[in-house]
Design a protein around this ligand. Structure first.
Ligand SMILES: NC(=O)C1=CN([C@@H]2O[C@H](COP(=O)(O)OP(=O)(O)OC[C@H]3O[C@@H](n4cnc5c(N)ncnc54)[C@H](O)[C@@H]3O)[C@@H](O)[C@H]2O)C=CC1
Ligand SMILES: CCCCC/C=C\C=C\C(=O)C/C=C\C/C=C\CCCC(=O)O
Length: 222
């Protein structure tokens, strides 16, 4: 989609952090944006704040991306409110390497992205009567750079990257008009960093030192 002012987007995990930044940029170009997020109070507050500047153009839809029914409900509500959908940003993601948290992380980072991508084809593909569109999946620099404190997270992001690149091949685009791309951001100062610190594979000073050194060498993007 080259003219973002015509975009009707659903951004998962858009209540805060990188997702909220996507939402704000899209609104600033004239797009209409739905935010799909499971944090009800943060999502509602974000909608309220953004609606002051962009009345009628931003909608909060409570939704857990690992729940196909809820996620599909959010896509349908986006279409109902704005008339169509032509951009889905699968951004919702967490870091949790703990013994009782890593499977949840795999479900959100991997299943959530697969569900969102398949819904994108279902509702935007020309083969299904749609007008085509774009699916943007948020991976991470850790797709390419192995990082010792969060190995399972790195692998989920490598999945997201390769999954998106494979769906991005001409076979899919030519028949559907739906473009799939991955973005691999570097370390960014959001709530995910603090939340990650609780569930590292090894909670040792060496890892914290490695993070500190890394941040010093690569200034965090705001
Ligand atoms: N912050 C960083 O350094 C980097 C982050 N990323 C990726 O960017 C994406 C956004 O992360 P941040 O903004 O940094 O984190 P964040 O923690 O600030 O935001 C994540 C958002 O996803 C939502 N979310 C989590 N699980 C969900 C679920 N099951 N259903 C719906 N929404 C859910 C959260 O409620 C939150 O609003 C993630 O996929 C993350 O892996 C990628 C590279 C670097
Ligand atoms: C030790 C706590 C880690 C918490 C980090 C939380 C989330 C990070 C998410 C990312 O996607 C990070 C993205 C880029 C970092 C890439 C490489 C780090 C390599 C560090 C090193 O070489 O030591």
């Amino acid at each position: 989609m080259s003219d973002l002012s015509q975009a009707v987007a659903l951004v998962t995990g858009g209540a805060q952090g990188i997702g909220r930044t996507f939402v704000e940029h899209l609104l600033a170009t004239g797009a209409k944006v739905a935010i799909g997020d499971l944090m009800n109070s943060v999502g509602a507050k974000t909608q309220q704040e953004l609606a002051v500047k962009y009345p009628g153009k931003v909608l909060f839809l409570p939704c857990d991306v690992t729940n196909s029914t809820e996620f599909e409900g959010a896509v349908k509500s986006t279409i109902q409110k704005f008339g169509t959908i032509n951009l889905i940003i699968n951004n919702a993601g967490i870091v949790n390497e703990s013994e009782n948290g890593w499977q949840k992380m795999v479900r959100i980072n991997i299943d959530g992205t697969v569900i969102g991508t398949k819904l994108g084809f279902k509702y935007m593909s020309k083969e299904n009567g749609g007008n085509g569109g774009t699916i943007v999946n948020i991976a991470s620099l850790t797709t390419f750079v192995p990082w010792d404190p969060i190995p399972t997270y790195c692998a989920t992001k490598a999945f997201v990257n390769q999954f998106s690149r494979s769906y991005g091949r001409p076979l899919h685009y030519e028949s559907t008009g739906v473009k799939v791309i991955a973005i691999n951001p570097g370390l960014t100062d959001t709530a995910i960093i603090e939340s990650a610190a609780q569930g590292l594979v090894k909670d040792c000073d060496k890892i914290r030192e490695s993070l500190t050194n890394f941040i010093e060498a690569h200034p965090i993007q705001k």
